[in-house]
Ligand binder design. Structure first.
Ligand code: NAD
Length: 735
């Protein structure tokens, strides 16, 4: 056995210690399932074995299933469909994916008591193992989290999790836990009775053994006669208070875009009406169906596999030695600069925070103090942690303090002249190894770099707001940016635990460029006479986190106006849409509606109460369409296809060079319909032929902005997909 240690003590109690060699975290893979199955039989049939305690030798108990195993299963399924037909392929997935569920059921019904001694975090299949045990005892470890987060990658717990949770919690709580994929701290899990006891870490195994010695029962409540569901039967008054509204909530939250969420509702609803063994079979059937869904395959690929590969440095130039990062400089203590200082200090880096004068620099740090104190007040942070973080940040107007910084990031006003002045001041003081980065959101990196003496050391590091919450960082390579600067930027992003994508210089880079097309499509719909409320709803129905008009209010309407004017000035009148120009001019210049920041945008923001669409919008529409004549599906297609098409153009122009970055960047950067797996996965899911046909139909009706690019036409002709044609090379360290 490679993954477990098995010891039986003098009392006949087995201790199973999970400790996968060469890994920092235990995960469930085929070998683990096989070895554990052997142990489960040994315990069940061993005449002298009274019961078993299972624990882990790692910091955590288990991180969940090895998702690459599920990815492989997907590939075998696709092969089987081709070679043996759909039914045989579906049967294969059902039987393979069911193995873990049957194994856990054997633990539950083998006749010997099992205790899960949770020394640390248990996720997904790891927590499902705990749920299958007869007793769950946790070590008093503040870092422990217990969760079933499968829904976040388009799956659901398929090893009995849905059925056990729904028999342990009232159905409304069970559904919420499963549908949100929340991670519980121990006190919460204990209060919900998902764990039975919390003990000091040193007593953990002993507590487990003591429970068995004291006669711990090897039968679950639901396997005993007379078991009553915590919320009563499905077909009862109480049940009817839960299930019909749950359907409505599901639709409100997902617009029916997430097959896994729908399957959770069905599995729980159906499973609670039958005995446990049948219920587990129901769960397995749904699980096998969801595992075969294109949504799950795309979400696993983008939100797990690719994200992990990017986080581990898939794009890092391998020859560059690791960057030593101790001290960084941040210029501009405004909204973004303060956020960058915060996340850097949180990673243990010393930060010099510079602004025009001491007072402004201090103001930036004071804003952080306030934001962090709010967190302390809410119990989300310890005051010592806040103070420790802030002590690493030194606000000053003195550029001399940048002398020994390894990396300097500027986040001053978005004004070429101001940036040029600041760059000159910085380069006069920093060392000749230090890397210089700009957080500009619109100015081309290549042209900014000409202000800097040593262009290979100049790079773009584009953060998203709010910096502490947004997980993506877009790294922009100027024409002359060198590998050392790229390696340093990636090492920095890794240190602050964010996910990087690396793109080449372009107007709006990747994310702003694509999200700009989403906003523009919303503007144009408004100009065509589509009611504003419909545009907003359709945005969310398509899977975007907010409608295009809300989003524009958040990033500022005057910024959109500024960008449009700059684009027209640089590229000529043909590069912009005159209808959008008229709309933005009216909003910004004539009506002073800048967005949320001045309380007036596409929405009004009353001092109290929720925002409301500005009624004056109707006056800005040259004509109005009858909502009943509008094709909602077409509006949805426009909003998503426009972004996917612009991404394909970025790919063709080599602004993007890696399909993983396109997809991960689109979901993490601007929330592109996560169920699709990202902008390029959206095209792959539809198929390039169908996508090009869709673009052509939209082009005929709405104009050249929907014209498919050459690359897409070629791919459609050859029946190619992005992930087929541009399969990312797997690096060793990224595996
Ligand atoms: P901000 O106005 O909040 O902050 C800018 C700060 O720079 C101010 O504190 C100002 O005093 C300081 N500053 C101006 N001139 C200076 C000088 N000569 N020397 C030192 N400090 C100076 O702006 P922000 O929203 O933080 O944006 C900063 C940069 O980040 C811009 O380039 C912007 O395009 C980019 N950005 C912004 C966002 C966003 O959502 N706000 C997102 C990504 C990137």
């Amino acid at each position: 056995m490679a993954n477990f240690k098995f010891d039986v003590d003098a009392d006949g109690i087995a201790l199973i210690t999970w400790d996968m060699p060469g890994r920092s975290m235990n995960v469930i893979d085929m070998d683990v399932i096989e070895e554990l199955a052997g142990l489960v039989e040994k315990v069940a049939t061993g005449a002298t074995i009274k019961g078993a305690v299972i624990t882990s030798a790692k910091d955590a108990f288990c991180g969940g299933a090895d998702l690459t195993m599920l990815e492989r299963m997907g590939a075998i399924y696709a092969d089987l469909v081709k070679n043996k037909g759909g039914e045989a392929a579906a049967l294969y997935v059902f039987e393979e994916s069911r193995k873990l569920s049957l194994l856990y059921r054997r633990i539950e019904t083998g006749g010997k008591p099992w205790v899960c001694a949770l020394n640390g975090t248990a996720m997904g299949g790891g927590f499902e193992l705990a749920l299958a045990c007869h007793q769950r005892i946790a070590a008093d470890n503040p870092k422990t989290r217990l969760g079933l987060p499968e829904i976040k990658i388009g799956l659901f717990p398929g090893a009995g999790g849905t059925q056990r949770i729904a028999r342990m919690l009232p159905p409304a709580d069970a559904l919420q836990y499963l549908l949100k994929g929340d991670q519980l701290k121990l006190d919460r899990a204990k209060a919900m009775k998902l764990i039975d006891a919390v003990v000091p870490a040193a007593d953990l195994v002993k507590a487990g053994k003591d429970w068995i010695k004291a006669g711990g029962k090897a039968v679950k409540p639901w396997d005993e006669k007379g078991f009553k569901l915590p919320g009563g039967p499905v077909y009862s008054k109480a049940g009817m208070m839960v299930f019909p509204p749950a359907n409505a909530i599901y639709r409100r939250e997902t617009y029916d875009n997430y097959p896994a969420a729908r399957a959770i509702l069905q599995t729980v609803y159906e499973g609670l009406q039958v005995d446990m063994d049948t219920a587990l079979r129901v769960e397995s059937r749904w699980f096998a169906k969801i595992l075969r869904s294109p949504e799950a395959a795309s979400m696993i690929r983008t939100l797990f596999v690719s994200m992990q590969e990017l986080n581990k440095g898939a794009r890092r130039p391998a020859a560059e030695p690791a960057t030593s990062l101790k001290k960084i400089g941040v210029i501009g203590a405004g909204f973004m600069g303060a956020g960058i200082a915060q996340v850097s200090a949180a990673a243990g880096l010393q930060v010099v925070l510079i602004d025009r004068d001491q007072e402004t620099a201090d103001k930036g740090k004071a804003a952080l103090h306030k934001a962090l104190s709010d967190r302390v007040a809410k119990g989300r942070m310890k005051s010592a942690e806040r103070d420790g973080l802030l002590s690493l940040i030194t606000p000053t107007p003195d550029y001399g303090a940048l002398k020994d910084c390894d990396l300097v990031i500027e986040a001053v006003f978005e004004d070429r002249k101001v940036k040029a002045e600041v760059i000159a001041k910085i380069q006069a003081v920093i060392g000749d190894q230090a890397i210089f980065a700009s957080n500009t959101s619109t100015l081309p990196i290549t042209s900014l770099a000409t202000e800097f003496k040593d262009q290979p050391r100049f790079i773009g590091i584009h953060f998203f707001s709010p910096v502490d919450r947004m997980m993506l960082v877009e790294i922009i390579l100027g024409k002359n940016t060198g590998d050392r600067a790229l390696a340093a930027a990636l090492d920095y992003v890794r240190a602050i635990r964010k996910t990087p994508i690396v793109v080449n210089d372009s107007r709006g880079f990747y994310t702003s460029r694509v999200v700009g097309t989403y906003i523009r499509e919303g503007h144009l719909m408004l100009c065509e006479g589509v009611p504003a409320a419909m545009i907003e709803n359709v945005g969310r129905m398509a899977g975007m986190p907010v409608g295009p008009l809300s989003l524009n209010d958040e990033v500022a309407v005057d910024l959109a106006w500024k960008i449009l004017k700059a684009t027209e000035a640089d590229l000529g009148a043909a590069a912009i849409d005159p209808r959008q120009k008229t709309l933005l001019e009216e909003m910004v210049e004539k009506r002073g509606r800048f967005g949320r920041k001045n309380g007036k945008g596409f929405y009004d923001y009353p001092a109290s109460g929720p925002k409301k669409l500005w009624p004056g919008l109707a006056d800005l529409q040259p004509k109005k369409l009858d909502p009943d004549t509008i094709d909602v599906q077409e509006l949805k297609n426009r909003l998503l296809a426009m972004q996917a098409l612009e991404t394909a153009r970025c790919f063709e122009e080599k602004v993007l060079t890696d399909v993983r970055e396109a997809d991960v960047g689109s979901i993490l950067g601007f929330g592109f319909a996560p169920f699709s797996g990202g902008t390029l996965s959206y095209i792959d899911m539809m198929g390039s032929k169908k996508f090009v046909a869709l673009c052509r139909a939209l082009e005929a009706k709405y104009g050249a902005r929907f014209a498919p690019c050459k690359l897409l036409i070629e791919m459609a002709d050859k029946g190619e997909s992005f992930y087929g044609r541009f399969a990312p090379a797997k690096k060793k360290e990224a595996a």
